[in-house]
Design a protein around this ligand. Structure first.
Ligand code: MF3
Ligand code: CO
Ligand code: CO
Length: 250
């Protein structure tokens, strides 16, 4: 658990705002016929333009055969998170998750959203987004991570969506992933308490079917086991005296 000081929070605020604007620009480019690699190249170009560095590129996790090769994670339909950009072209009706992380002046922010290619309404996307907002609304000094997970789980299960268990939110700011883990499920009053100045990423992942996931052969992409579609939203935020300040918003 790392408490950030005033100077660090200023940097995270600046980096978070810039990263949010970059994600909007990348999402606007996510149209039928565009490849996930093209989106990745756009994301990298925009991060370098603001003087940041893509924080996922070269990232290693325990058990993964290779370092992560992209700037962006692009996860289509049954892909839950960590889809590696490639030559696949988007199609109208695809549910596409875009996750992006930046190191800016030495500090890290992380944000994600999901969209429906070609536009239109999608309940999975809308409810997953709402579950993130409900999770964020729990955050204040002294809240426990279980309170956040409980609220997110309630929101998603009430609408019969599955809540992914294996992947969780996390502390962030000084590294891509820090303590504590922030599950999107759980029980009120469980787990560590959040303290003032702590920077965290909350990131619910929901499925249209069963919540169980598996890792693809590429060692990175998480897939739903039943092939159902999945959505993911994420914000980086700081715990403040009065509640919460979301850092990755435009
Ligand atoms: N952005 C992911 C998260 O939200 C982590 C991506 S790491 C990568 O925690 F290496 F897969 F890119
Ligand atoms: Co992320
Ligand atoms: Co994250």
């Amino acid at each position: 658990m790392i408490i950030k000081n005033k100077k660090e929070l200023e940097i995270l605020r600046d980096g978070g705002k810039r990263l949010a604007a970059i994600l909007v620009e990348v999402s606007e480019a996510a149209k039928e016929g565009v490849t996930t690699k093209e989106l990745d190249e756009l994301a990298e170009k925009l991060i370098l333009k603001v003087g940041g560095k893509p924080s996922f590129k070269g990232y290693k996790v325990y058990g993964a055969p290779t370092a992560y090769p992209g700037t962006l994670c692009v996860s289509i339909n049954e892909e839950v998170v960590h889809g590696i950009p490639n030559g696949r072209a988007l199609k109208n009706g695809d549910v596409v998750g875009l996750d992006i992380g930046m190191r800016y002046d030495g500090l890290f922010t992380d944000t994600a959203m999901t969209l429906l290619v070609g536009g239109g309404k999608n309940k999975l996307i809308d409810v997953t987004k709402k579950s993130l907002e409900i999770g964020i609304a729990q955050v204040r000094v002294g809240v426990r991570v279980g309170d956040i997970g409980f609220a997110i789980q309630q929101c998603l299960e009430k609408e019969d969506f599955g809540v992914v268990r294996e992947l969780v939110g996390h502390g962030v700011g000084s590294a891509v992933h820090e303590e504590p883990e922030i599950p999107n499920w759980g029980h009120r009053g469980d787990g560590p308490e959040l303290r003032e100045g702590e920077v965290i990423a909350i990131e619910p992942m929901a499925t249209e079917g069963n919540f169980k996931v598996k890792l693809a052969k590429d060692g990175w992409t998480w897939l739903t086991r039943d092939g159902s579609r999945s959505a993911h939203f994420e914000h980086t935020m700081v715990v403040t005296k009065n509640g919460v300040e979301v850092l990755t918003k435009v």
